[in-house]
Design a protein around this ligand. Structure first.
Ligand SMILES: Cc1cc2nc3c(=O)[nH]c(=O)nc-3n(C[C@H](O)[C@H](O)[C@H](O)COP(=O)(O)O)c2cc1C
Length: 318
């Protein structure tokens, strides 16, 4: 997620779950070709399994971009066909591409060719449809196109995108969710791996949907309530989580924080991802306030996080 799942967030997420597949922010194909490749794809081995998401609509550019990143150890390379932002529409990629299945097919052929037999798998993230499309009719055709293009792993954000008139934020809230249609798609395309996305808030909801789907993708809930990630390994994968409590997880993040501070980055780059760690416990508001008010001050260091933790009674067990 843009601005959210940067490398600092991903490193923190890994203190909460070993198993969940994490995604980078979207990086455009031209940026990967002409930009600072190292900075744009920067990640540590601790973040794996990690998927790289690319935005683009030009098959040649997608070929080159995929070629440049295919040896970097990403678990998958995902093409964004769901983003409704104006900037993305102007480049005519993201959700706008759902109106142009023939072009999408060419994009995926190019990416598959670049990745080759041994490269990371190429996957798609889509919406149910866009604007005045009738997804009951257009989505099965779109899925059939993906299947023909050998794209067998598709994340479906279970709502339409409205490209004229709604902001990206509104496009995550206003078009209604339609899980029923995604269930029907899974039945119709049973040989494809379908991942349900949109509106999932609890582990129980995820477990329930995993009865039928091959995966679930949780966006805002994982960011706004990171403790949900602490349940993933045990509840979904039947494995021990990396730490028993959020407190323990945060302590294990300390060496990373200190390393980043030493490199000259301000504490606020890290604490912005931590403010949501505690909700609905006494002191949670004070925890957030200390982080927000002090992390941007010159010289702010780990002691700010320690002071914030002290605001929560009994935090060692939470
Ligand atoms: C701040 C923010 C940035 C996002 N950036 C991306 C992105 O770069 N690529 C993408 O495919 N989806 C992006 N999304 C959409 C989410 O991946 C997800 O599809 C959407 O929020 C619905 O899932 P949720 O209800 O679990 O959040 C973003 C969402 C938010 C809130």
């Amino acid at each position: 997620m843009m601005e959210w799942t940067d490398r600092h967030w991903r490193a923190f997420a890994r203190t909460l779950t070993k198993k969940a597949l994490l995604y980078t922010e979207m990086v455009t194909a031209p940026a990967l070709i002409y930009g600072d490749l190292e900075r744009l794809t920067e990640h540590s081995s601790a973040e794996h399994p990690l998927a790289l998401q690319i935005g683009g609509s030009n098959p040649d550019e997608l070929y080159q971009a995929t070629h440049r990143v295919k040896e970097m150890g990403f678990y998958e390379i995902n093409l964004n066909l769901g983003c409704p932002s104006d900037r993305v529409q102007a480049g005519c990629f993201g959700a706008a591409l759902m109106a142009n299945p023939a072009q999408v097919s060419e994009c995926f052929s190019a990416m598959q060719n670049a990745s080759g037999e041994n490269g990371p798998k190429i996957t798609a993230k889509i919406r149910l449809g866009i604007d005045d499309q009738n997804p009951e009719e257009t989505l099965p055709d779109f899925m059939a196109m993906l299947s023909r293009a050998q794209i067998k792993h598709v994340i479906i954000h279970a709502r339409k995108a409205i490209l004229g008139g709604l902001s990206p934020k509104q496009n995550r809230e206003i078009p209604p969710l339609n899980y029923k249609l995604v269930h029907a798609i899974k039945k119709q395309f049973s040989d494809m791996e379908i991942v349900l996305n949109g509106g999932l808030k609890t582990i129980d909801q995820c477990i329930n949907e995993l009865g039928e789907f091959d995966g679930v993708m949780v966006g805002r809930a994982a960011y706004q309530n990171p403790q949900i990630l602490l349940q993933v390994d045990r509840e979904i994968f039947n494995e021990d989580p990396p730490h028993q409590t959020a407190f323990e997880a945060l302590q294990s993040y300390r060496p990373y924080v200190e390393d980043i501070l030493q490199q000259g980055f301000p504490l606020k780059h890290l604490t912005r991802h931590l403010v949501n760690l505690y909700h609905e416990v006494p002191g949670a508001r004070q925890f957030r306030r200390i982080l927000s008010e002090r992390a941007h001050l010159p010289g702010a260091d780990w002691s700010v996080i320690e002071d914030a933790l002290r605001a929560i009674p009994n935090v060692e067990n939470l």
